[in-house]
Structures are given as structure tokens and as C-alpha cells.
Design a protein around this ligand. Structure first.
Ligand SMILES: CC(C)(COP(=O)(O)OP(=O)(O)OC[C@H]1O[C@@H](n2cnc3c(N)ncnc32)[C@H](O)[C@@H]1OP(=O)(O)O)[C@@H](O)C(=O)NCCC(=O)NCCS
Length: 184
């Protein structure tokens, strides 16, 4: 079983497993249509958020390939988002990064700071070789975040998936452990 030593602290943030006490905070963004603008899924009811929080609360460690590690990102204002790593391949030591933040806390680099902390654990604590992330071709904020992390755009899969009834492009970014280590 692999898990960070909790909490992970950064200059402005604390990252730790999700708990049911986070429901109000998580619901405050999961209820918003703008948060789902470029992702599959719909705004949630409070009951749906409760199920989501319970599921995330169990994602505190990577036990087997396919597992997701989800961390709540907290400030003095409460939990403002989550970051996650999905263990895609044991053989290839590869994981996929994901993140969702409350728009009210956007534009200050907090999501980048949290994602960087998780990616850093992925490389230096968990021993990953490669981390990738994907987003809708028009999710510019997500693409900028990946670029800020030092990830390279590797692909743009044109009209590769159906997004709300329309063909959509998916862009793929990635970074290797060696590149992460050389980051300024
Ligand atoms: C993707 C998402 C997390 C990005 O949020 P964000 O607020 O743009 O990201 P950050 O918190 O890292 O803030 C970065 C912004 O703050 C600015 N900023 C200000 N101070 C900063 C600092 N100290 N450090 C870094 N950036 C800073 C950056 O310039 C950037 O602005 P820009 O993108 O306009 O250039 C957010 O849009 C989101 O949760 N979307 C919904 C869910 C989603 O789509 N997830 C991705 C699925 S693939």
C-alpha cells in the first residue's frame, strides 16, 4: 500500500484525505454548473455529493493498479478543491492527474500548488516514471495548469470522444520523473 505521509503541506495549503465533514465544502462546488463546463458529469444534488464524498474518503491510498488517490485541498477557508492521482500502470509506473477546484478560489495559483505537491509525491515518494493528464480541447484553464506544472502537450486527439452529444477534441499532457527533477 502506498500513501503520502499526511498532511502534505505547501506554502499556502494542506492536503489530506477527504472526510465526510468536508461534505458542505465539496457540495459548494459540485452543485455549480460552471465546474462541469468541460467535464463529463452534471451538477450534483447534496445526496449525490454525499455519495461522492464517501467514495473519495476511501481513496486515501494506492493499493492496486487502477486505484485513485484523492486528496482534499484545505486553506483556512476550508476545503477548496480536490486533487487526484489514478494509478494507471504498475508496470509502466504511470499515473493520471486530475483536479477540481471551487471557482471562488481560482486565479491565485492554488490548484497549481496543490497539483504540484501531489505530482511531487508521485515522483519522489511513490516512484512514478510518468504522469499524464487529459482535458477537453477547450478547457483552457486546465491546459494552462498542466503547462504551469511543466507538463508537455503530447497529443490532441481530434474529435475523439462524444461530449454532450458532440464530437470533442481531447488534449493530453505528460511529464517524466527526469523532467520533474530538472524543473526550475
Ligand atoms: C482547472 C482548474 C483547477 C484551474 O483553476 P485555476 O484557478 O485556473 O488554477 P490555479 O488555482 O492554479 O490558478 C492559476 C491562475 O492564477 C494565476 N496566478 C495568480 N497567482 C499565482 C501564483 N502565485 N502561482 C501560479 N498562478 C498564479 C495564474 O496566472 C493563472 O491564471 P491564468 O490561467 O489566467 O493565467 C479550474 O478551472 C477547475 O477546477 N475547473 C473545473 C474542473 C475541471 O475542469 N478540471 C479539469 C478536468 S480535466
Amino acid at each position: 500500500m502506498f500513501r503520502p505521509t499526511y498532511p502534505i503541506r505547501t506554502a499556502r495549503l494542506t492536503l489530506r484525505p477527504v472526510t465526510l465533514d468536508d461534505l458542505d465544502d465539496v457540495y459548494s462546488w459540485q452543485r455549480r454548473p460552471d465546474v462541469f463546463r468541460w467535464t463529463l458529469g452534471e451538477p450534483r444534488t447534496r445526496e449525490e455529493s454525499r455519495s461522492s464524498v464517501l467514495a473519495m474518503a476511501g481513496e486515501d491510498a494506492l493499493r492496486a493498479e487502477g486505484d485513485c488517490l484523492t486528496l482534499a485541498v484545505a486553506t483556512d477557508a476550508g476545503v477548496i478543491g480536490t486533487v487526484e492521482l489514478v494509478w494507471r500502470s504498475r508496470t509502466d509506473r504511470t499515473a493520471e492527474l486530475g483536479y477540481v477546484f471551487h471557482p471562488g478560489h481560482g486565479g491565485r495559483g492554488l490548484a497549481t500548488e496543490a497539483a504540484a505537491a501531489l505530482v511531487n509525491w508521485g515522483f519522489t515518494g511513490f516512484g512514478l516514471h510518468r504522469v499524464y493528464a487529459r482535458c477537453h480541447g477547450r478547457n483552457a484553464a486546465s491546459a494552462r495548469l498542466m503547462a504551469r506544472l511543466g507538463m508537455r502537450q503530447e497529443a490532441r486527439h481530434v474529435e475523439s470522444y462524444l461530449f454532450r452529444g458532440e464530437w470533442a477534441d481531447q488534449i493530453v499532457y505528460a511529464i517524466l520523473a527526469s523532467e520533474w527533477a530538472r524543473r526550475p
